[in-house]
Structure formats: C-alpha cells, structure tokens
Design a protein around this ligand. Sequence first.
Ligand code: NOJ
Ligand code: CA
Length: 526
Amino acid sequence: MAQAEWWQGGVIYQIYPRSFMDLNGDGIGDLAGIAARLDHLVALGVDAIWISPIFPSPMADFGYDISDYCAIDPMFGTIADFDALLAAAHGRGLRVLLDLVPGHTSDKHPWFRDSRSGRDAARRDWYVWRDPAPDGGPPNNWLSEFGGPAWTFDAPSGQYYLNIFLPEQPALNWRNPEVAEAIAGVMRFWFDRGVDGFRVDAFENLVMDAAFRNNPPNPEWTPPLGPARSLLGQHTKHQPELVAIAQAMRRVAAEYAPERLLIGEAYGEPEEVVRYYGPALDGFQQPFNFQLIGLDWTPAAVAEVINEYEAALPPGAWPNWVLGNHDRGRIASRVGPAQARVAMVLLLTLRGTPTIYQGDELGMENVPIPPDRVRDPWEINVPGHGLGRDPVRTPLAWEEGPGAGFTTGTPWLPIDTRPEVCVARQAGDPASMVAFTRRLLALRRAESALALGAVEVLHAGGGVLAYVRQAPDGGPRLAITLNFTGREQPLPEGLVGELVLSSRNANPDAGAPLAPDEARILRLRG
Ligand code: NOJ
Ligand code: CA
C-alpha cells in the first residue's frame, strides 16, 4: 500500500460542543472548555476531533441553523478562542474538523433575509421557491424530516420555500452556481485558518428532483418510524447531481497541502453512499458509513453488513465505521451496557476509520429527559415516536458532584451524575471502560494489522463473530472474537494463538471459551 493518509489509520472523535465542557458557567459547553479538556483526548489516543457546529445561530436546531458561516457564536466563544483551540489541538497532535452545513441556512441568515424580501431579490434564487399548488397548498407532497410539510408559505411574496428540516432552516438552491461558490468560500475561510477538514451535513438531501415530482408512499412505513418516513425519498434524497457536488467540494479541499479531509454525512444503502467517493475516488475521502447504526445486534447481522459494505466499496476506497452520534441512540443503550465493550472493540478493529461519539468511551447511556426539559425540536414537533435526540446529547460528566465538573451553573440538559460514568473515576480505575478504550486505541496504533490491514470474516453464529485482520505485506494476523451473548461461548475452531487483549479484567487463557459479553483479540500463529 502507498504511504497511508493520516485519516486512514487514524481515529476521529466527535465533540458535541454544547455538552463537552462549559468553562464560563452558563450551562452550555464552549470552545475554551474544549481546550481545557484536550488532555482527555490525548490520553484516550484519538487522532482528530470533529466539532459539531459552533457558528452564529439562533439555535432552532442547536447550531445546524447557521446565520453566519464565517464566525463563532458568542455562546461558544470568539474567533480568538477558536484560533487558540486550533493551536492547542495541533500542538498536541490532534487534527480539527469542523461541521459544514451546505444544505440550509438559518432563516435569519442575511442570504435568506434578502431572498425572502421579494421575488426580484438578488438572492431570491439562492433558495428553493415555488408557486403554490392550484389549491393554494404546498407545491408537492414532500415532507420535512422534523414533521409537517417540507414547504413554508411566505405570504408577502405568495410563494413557498423548501425546508427539508425546520422552517427555520430554509434549503439552499444547489442548482444555482452562486450558492456552490459561496459555500466553497466558506470552506476556504476555515481551511485558510488551518482547519484540517469538514464533516459535511445532510449530503443526501442537498439537491432535489428538478421536476419537483411527488415522493411515492413507503410501503414499509409503520408509525414508530415517524411521519417523514411515510414517503420514500425517491425525489428528495441521493439525486444523481450529488456526485458532481462532492467532486467540486473535493477540488476545494485539494487546493490545500496537505489536502484537507471531507467526510460526507449521508444515510442510505451501501451502494448509494459509496457513490460519494466519486468515480475516480475524487469525491469525499470518507462518505460516512452508518450501516452499524440501527441493525440487529447479532453476529449474523453484523457479518452481513461488513461483507456487503466491503463488497460495495469502489476499488481502492478506504472504509469507515460509526456506532453513534448526536442524532442516534447511545450504543450502550441500544445493545445494553454489558455489550458496550464488545461494540467498542468492533468499532476500533474493523477495517476503516472509526468515529467515536463523545461519551461512548465512558459507556454513557441515553439519559431520560423529563417532559419539561425537552429541547430537541424533533421531539417537540413529533412527540412520542422516540425521535428526540436530547437523551444522547447530555453533558459529559468529568468529576463527581452536581455539575459533574461540566458546569458550575445549570446544565442545558440533565447530566448522568452516577459516579461510575465520570471521567475522573474511570481514569483512575484500570478496570473501567475508559481505561479499556485507551488500551484498545494504543493497540490499534501499535498493530498495523488493526490500523491498515485487510479483513476477513471467519465465523458468525452461535452468538460469536470472529474476523481476522492481516497486516499489510504479510505481517502478523490478529483474530478478533466477539461474544454477543451473556452466556459463555466456545471459541470458533482453528483460532490458535496468543492473547493480545481481552475486555475482561482478568486475562483469560487464549484458547478458553469466551466469557459472557467478552471481546478477545488473539495473535494467530503461522
Ligand atoms: C444532520 C445533523 O446531524 C442533525 O443534527 C441536524 O439536525 C440535521 N442534519 C439538519 O442539519
Ligand atoms: Ca459556556
């Protein structure tokens, strides 16, 4: 293999800035807070942080509604705080990725204020405006991800504008080259400051059907899926024009040396998502792979996902894996706390770049949110479907005590203050989840088989998943064996080797049966 890029062997850590560390006591995390806690990330052993949006925003969708792409929201600090954080991170060998939200702005963004000022406005066509249907209703049946129609009526001009998310998040018109140029300018603004890359928000929703055709009904829809899933995304998601947009964004990243990293957020089938690598690997270096989110937690289902995704990858494309983020239930709650280590081993030993969501290294679980503390507009608009994202966005607990070392004020969301989930307690305990995650990351760094090697699934059944990672150039082979059950399971046949790591705190015999919920890594002989 040619010299690997840093992000191929590297590990990314997602920071949800409102909930990482609050230094000024207003109950909301801030940039100075992140800078103050970088040691945790260095001790953990990650290579890069991706910070969810920190730009000026009315916070209708907690920063995913941006009113100025080239500044910092005062809630998070100043541009000087940002520069200081970037320098501090770089000084510790951590790369910094920001969140690029190209699909929509805030309705308070000057671009949209101009656009809605009248049909002749200079930027009218920067957003998606349509005449009403003949009955005066929305132009077609498209639905907002967050409930209700995807169209908002603007009485003064007599037209509707498109909002794939909240009405406070009007969709930009990517068929207008001026929009593409403006967003390229945003990328350059941050790249010029030294940012190492972007995670690109909601990429599958960036362009809509040019003819505005209705979406067909989803035959598999049942109410728990939420109303937006009652239609298929045929004309609103994964449109063919997106590949050229990924390529154009990549050209901007390639203006810089070293080239900057682009990670595209797109939910879809493997064959839809891998298109964004680009036909000549000239699109996103990493279209996010969410196949592990929302699958049945069984060896067979995970093996199928590994094989399907590996088969769908274009030749030479580098894979990536995600277990959780600020939008989806906590992994420890989805699979149960006893399986959290098995899940972490899976994430950090599959072939590809892993992204760890903040708090998963502590085994954080979804935190119940009392009705009077619900903040997520999705839960407020579409209550009762379990769509609310507040439970996965609660602050990190750093220390024991009421503000958990996160804040001296009132936290914006409740904190899980059980002593066993806080960083200080876990860092001092070699048997903790965080200590285990550090060992695992150190092993990943030391073993090229784990960082860069090939993968082969050997066994998926009887509650056990086993796969082998083979170091480049015929180097060592490591077998990863995962017990998905709470019962002892025999080790798959033929796996003879030395123990490298076990998720149990007492070291088992390399060849002993797997203990309940055990993950074990062996160095294979020969
Ligand atoms: C995906 C982001 O991850 C999510 O938090 C946000 O609400 C939507 N995109 C809209 O920007
Ligand atoms: Ca703060």
